[in-house]
Write a protein that binds this ligand. Structure first.
Ligand SMILES: [Mn+2]
Length: 238
């Protein structure tokens, strides 16, 4: 088996259309787009909360996806609990530019990415947040690896090992992360860069948000057949 080296940009929690920091959110988005180009990444993965609330305008949604399409490389967007403008049934996936994938299927779905008609050798799975409640387990339905591709699991939720009253919504446990048969787990929901790798499991990271906090970040993931998976947190400007 020969896998090729791939470089990815992992981001989350952009909160475009935020009613608290709309300008900063846009600035964060611009920095993410620039980083994708500057680092010549092969794909961009957005682990939830691209948009802030159900009131974001169709214009903003269209423009954000248009900008992703203009990157001319695959982009995968997983809806988080804030992306109700994408999950409320009003969004038409057919309006997405070529190469931009929005994971909308309840129960989760897998995409095999392509670039210029050629397989990239990368599969990405994620289950969108339709029910942000303790009943929803974002990693609970992770599909087993089904090819020799690099395999990334995406999830938007809270990694915790301490929830005695089962009260946390969209919970992800360290045991689920340890058992995930992936090469990398791209997480969103916590707005701070964090390594949550569990035991011998795949590297699992929160990318941190590119805006809205004191330490905006995005993550560059390098996947190399020899060196394995390495993760770099890139500090963005406020
Ligand atoms: Mn969230």
């Amino acid at each position: 088996m020969t896998r090729r080296s791939l470089k990815l940009l992992h981001t989350s929690d952009l909160h475009l259309g935020s009613d608290i920091y709309p300008d900063e959110a846009l600035l964060g988005f611009e920095q993410v787009l620039r980083l994708a180009v500057d680092r010549s990444v092969d794909a961009v993965i957005v682990a939830g909360d691209l948009f802030d609330n159900r009131g974001v305008t169709p214009q903003l949604i269209g423009e954000a996806f248009r900008r992703f399409g203009a990157l001319r490389r695959p982009v995968v967007v997983l809806p988080g609990n804030h992306d109700t403008a994408l999950t409320n049934g009003s969004f038409d996936r057919r309006s997405l530019p070529e190469g931009v994938h929005l994971l909308l299927k309840p129960g989760g779905e897998m995409v095999d990415l392509e670039h210029l008609g050629e397989p990239l050798g990368l599969s990405v799975w994620g289950e969108p947040v339709y029910d942000h409640s303790p009943a929803f387990r974002p990693m609970g339905a992770l599909q087993p690896r089904c090819s020799e591709n690099w395999y990334i699991g995406m999830a938007h939720g809270l990694v915790t090992d301490s929830d005695p009253y089962d009260e946390y919504s969209s919970k992800i446990t360290p045991a689920e992360l340890a058992a995930a048969d992936c090469d990398y787990v791209a997480l969103g929901h916590v707005h701070v860069f964090r390594d949550v790798t569990s035991g011998e499991g795949a590297p699992a990271f929160y990318s941190g948000a590119p805006s809205g906090g004191r330490s905006p970040t995005a993550v560059i993931v390098s996947m190399d057949p020899e060196a394995g998976v390495t993760v770099e947190a890139v500090q963005l400007k406020r």
